[in-house]
Design a protein. Structure first.
Length: 217
């Protein structure tokens, strides 16, 4: 644990994520006192869900254990929770139900959580991509990231429209798989579903590619 704490704060993005997270929570707490209601308080939970894949990937990234089998065992856990980091962006849909007097505040609140969630997700994916490159000596790990992001867009569809959660993959796997295969089985009937997945996945891939560009500078 001491090895983890010693090294995690050597990564610049850790401080950015920490301050962004504190700012998000500050906005949520302040909103309770300003508006005297708990509207959008669920964003704190969504941010925690975005933190989980970052935490798992950071452990794998920093760990001295370079056994491939350990990485392969923990990778599915990371993959199950990874879409949550990107999912927060879709919470902008709640802005339409915000009170007119709080709309600008709620816009800032939603943008803060969305940006922080994306940042958690992109840093997390970069950790995994880097670890794969080290462990498996692969040159084109970008292909892995592209596939993962499109799969995550599918996961966001399952969460936003069909209301499945990450843990349902464990507790209610058969029902999740049933809903998952419907668009695959009948792609033309579910054309809007595929349009959503492809457009959102492409957007996230472009944003991740931009993130990687800035990271190199």
């Amino acid at each position: 644990m001491s090895h983890y704490l010693k090294n995690i704060f050597k990564i610049k993005s850790t401080f950015s994520l920490m301050f962004l997270s504190f700012f998000c929570i500050f906005l949520s707490v302040s909103r309770i006192f300003i508006a005297e209601n708990y509207f959008l308080i669920f964003l704190v939970w969504n941010l925690f869900l975005a933190f989980i894949p970052w935490f798992v990937s950071s452990i794998l990234y920093i760990s001295k254990n370079n056994k491939k089998i350990v990485f392969i065992i923990f990778l599915p856990l990371w993959l199950i929770f990874f879409p949550n980091a990107l999912y927060i962006v879709t919470d902008f849909i709640h802005l339409k139900t915000a009170a007119s007097s709080m709309r600008w505040y709620d816009l800032i609140l939603l943008f803060s959580y969305s940006f922080t969630g994306l940042f958690y997700g992109f840093v997390s994916l970069d950790f995994i991509e880097t670890k794969i490159k080290i462990l498996f000596k692969l040159k084109f790990t970008q292909i892995f990231s592209i596939i993962i992001i499109y799969l995550s867009a599918f996961g966001i569809y399952l969460g936003r429209f069909l209301r499945w959660n990450s843990w349902d993959m464990i507790t209610n796997l058969s029902s999740v798989l049933s809903d998952l295969f419907l668009p695959i089985k009948n792609p033309f009937i579910h054309a809007r579903t595929w349009a959503f997945i492809l457009l959102l996945g492409t957007l996230f891939n472009l944003l991740y590619a931009s993130f990687k560009t800035f990271k190199k500078e």
